[in-house]
Structures are given as structure tokens and as C-alpha cells.
Design a protein around this ligand. Structure first.
Ligand SMILES: [Zn+2]
Length: 383
């Protein structure tokens, strides 16, 4: 059903997008002016770094195609995994990224099996991170498995987000100048019963395993409080709170976290649908106030084939080309226009429309590029 509607959607978007841009420009002249010959495609108006993607080694060619088409200069692949035997996954990711000629940077994820295997697991993971850095990784990615899935040293209990055994790892990240992209918790609705009145019902129906209702995991708030303590305990380490600081439902809490922790920045990955439902003026003020602390990210998943793709989130069937067009078109529209009640980039994340924040160009340049260059200490070659 999504597929059937998708082709029509491309036509609708193609028809709508230029109209909304004209509206923002000067009023129509009596005589239509000739179009400037070399006007850049709207997607190409800014330089962009997407700090939050997941690229499989065979997806690099597709990633470059995506970047070229949608005006993205560089991507950060958060799925770098860790170095060494048996899989040498980081080595493979770094080798694959070379085909993108400097446009893909790679974060490493620690091997959490070390927590059960060794009493000095924090030191072992820190050394693994140093090795990843030596190989070329530029950051550390912590998945939501911390707090929701990885086992503590006893092999029975869940490893806490602010487990003291991991201190050596987070300290080392700071010493190495590697930012820590951390996903803690998940949408709050995933803790509520997966019933038709759940606001994430469409997504939970497609992925019942994403529900944490009655699952025995810590509450959303317990995880978030541990995240707060973790960031506070390592002030010399820069944390990127992914998915809008892990709390897109409540920008006031995110603001308090940013005020409290100078070492915290956030990304926008896969949460435009969520932040886009808050009042337009409130979110615009948020983006202006924290203009040095927000990094553009999408959570795009990229494999070899179209059916391997993920644009923020997926339904029961693989996404189509039309889903891609809508995802990027509506994402740029959210950040760059004040259009109200527009299509969400990822409708499966909630049946509501969103209001754009229409950021001024200097703020957009920080969001899309400058903040990432500063935090990552990396930049792709000029397009
Ligand atoms: Zn992600």
C-alpha cells in the first residue's frame, strides 16, 4: 500500500516544492522572468555533513550517489563496529569508506562482550578504542543496547548506562579527542502499551520487537537519568546525544541538559517528525538559542540495494525511491522554510503534520556544517 501511493507522491512533491519556494521569494512579476541559467538545485544551496548514518561496506557507492543528489558533502558512518578478530569489521568499514575519497568518516562501537569476559573491561575497551583511532576511526558510537540489552559482568543483569566499569572507556574517548555519539532509551511511546491509541502504533505494528512495554527493562526516565549522570561524570569528553538529545518529546528537558553540560551537543537524526510537531516559534527559538550545539543527522541506513535502505525508520516493506525523495525534500523544508502542516519526512513515525523552523542562513550553516567540523575535528573535501 505504501508502494502504491509512493509513485503518486513523487509527482505531488515535485509539483509542490517549487511552489513553496516561490512563495518565500519576491511576489510574482507581471511578466514571467527568465529562469537564471545556472541557478543551483535547491538541495545544493548549502554544504552539509550528515553526522548520523549507517552504511554497510557494500553501500558506499550508493552513499556517494545519495550525497551527490541531495547536497550532502560528507557522511559519518556510525556502524564502524570494532577492530580485530574474528570479524575485523572496523577494518572492513574503513577500507570500504576509502572508495568515497574522504567523504565518509567512521565511528567505532565497542565490543560489549568484553564486559562479561573480563574484570578490567573498561580498560580493555579503552585500548580497543585507541586501536580504532590509530586505524582511522574518528569517534565512538554507543548504541541503545547500553541500558537496554548489553549484560553486566555477572552475565545476568543489564549493564547500566552509567556503569563505573566503563569510566575508562569514556575518559579515553576524551583524551583521544573522539566525540561519543550516544543513543540512550528510545521514543517514550515505546514504553507504553502497543495498542492502536499508541502514537507510534504504525511503527510498533511493523516492528513489535521495538516495544518495551512490560519488557522488564528500566523505565525511560531511569535510562535518561543515567545518561545525565554519565555526561556529567566525564566533562572532558564530548557527547553527541543522538535523536535530539535522546528526548525529542521534551525540548525543555533537552535545553536544561544543554545548559547543565557544556560537553553535550545533540543531533537531529530521525527525529524531525517528533520535533516538528512542537510549536513552530518555540522550536525556532530553540534552534537559534542552541545554534552552536545542534548537528544535522538523518539516521539514513545505506546498503547495496534500494531494499536495504532506511530513511529514519522503515515500515513493514522496504522503502522506495519515493520515500527517499520525500525524506530529503521534507527534511530540507523543515529546516529551511516556515511552511506549516507539511508532510513529515517519515510518516510511519506518527500520523501528524509538522511545521518548519525556517532558520536563517548563518544558523543553517552551523547546523549543516560548522558545528560538525568543530565537534568531529573532521571535514570532507569541498564539493
Ligand atoms: Zn542510528
Amino acid at each position: 500500500m505504501r508502494r502504491a501511493g509512493a509513485a503518486a507522491l513523487v509527482l505531488v512533491l515535485a509539483a509542490l516544492a517549487p511552489a513553496c519556494r516561490n512563495r518565500a521569494a519576491s511576489p510574482p512579476a507581471a511578466q514571467p522572468a527568465p529562469a537564471p541559467a545556472a541557478a543551483p538545485h535547491p538541495a545544493q544551496r548549502f554544504h552539509r555533513i550528515d553526522v548520523h548514518t549507517h552504511i554497510s561496506p557494500d553501500g558506499v557507492d550508493r552513499a556517494v550517489r545519495l550525497m551527490d543528489e541531495w547536497g550532502i558533502d560528507g557522511m559519518v558512518n556510525l556502524s564502524g563496529m570494532h577492530p580485530g578478530p574474528p570479524h575485523h569489521a572496523l577494518e572492513r568499514q574503513l577500507a570500504a569508506a576509502q572508495a568515497a575519497h574522504g567523504r565518509i568518516a567512521v565511528f567505532s562501537t565497542p565490543d560489549f562482550r568484553l564486559v562479561v569476559q573480563r574484570t578490567d573491561y573498561g580498560a580493555a575497551m579503552a585500548d580497543q578504542l585507541s586501536e580504532a583511532r590509530r586505524m582511522g576511526a574518528i569517534g565512538l558510537k554507543i548504541t541503545k543496547g547500553l541500558g537496554l540489552g548489553y549484560r553486566a559482568h555477572d552475565g545476568v543483569h543489564l549493564l547500566a548506562v552509567d556503569d563505573h566499569g566503563l569510566d575508562a572507556l569514556f575518559e579515553r574517548a576524551g583524551e583521544l579527542g573522539m566525540p561519543v555519539a550516544i543513543h540512550c532509551g528510545d521514543p517514550q511511546a515505546f514504553w507504553k502499551p502497543a495498542t492502536p491509541d499508541n502514537e507510534r502504533w504504525d511503527e510498533l505494528q511493523a516492528h513489535p520487537e521495538w516495544s518495551f512495554a512490560n519488557s522488564g527493562v528500566p523505565s525511560w526516565q531511569e535510562l535518561y537519568d543515567a545518561f545525565d549522570r554519565l555526561v556529567g561524570r566525564h566533562p572532558k569528553t564530548t557527547f553527541i546525544g543522538v535523536h535530539f538529545g535522546n528526548d525529542p518529546e521534551d525540548p525543555d528537558t533537552v535545553a536544561r541538559m544543554l545548559d547543565k553540560h557544556p560537553n553535550l551537543v545533540i543531533d537531529t537524526a530521525a527525529r524531525v517528525p517528533e520535533i516538528g510537531r512542537h510549536p513552530q516559534e518555540k522550536m525556532r527559538r530553540f534552534f537559534e538559542k542552541y545554534q552552536d550545539r545542534i548537528l544535522f543527522g538523518t539516521d539514513t541506513g545505506i546498503g547495496e540495494d534500494q531494499e536495504d535502505m532506511m530513511y529514519g525508520s522503515n515500515g513493514a516493506t522496504p522503502p522506495t525511491r519515493a520515500d527517499e525523495v520525500r525524506f530529503f525534500t521534507e527534511t530540507w523544508r523543515y529546516f529551511e522554510t516556515l511552511d506549516r502542516q507539511i508532510e513529515s519526512p517519515t510518516p510511519i513515525q506518527g500520523r501528524w503534520k509538522i511545521d518548519g523552523v525556517g532558520l536563517p542562513d548563518p544558523v543553517l550553516r552551523k547546523l549543516y556544517w560548522e558545528n560538525a567540523v568543530r565537534v568531529l575535528r573532521w571535514q570532507p573535501p569541498a564539493r
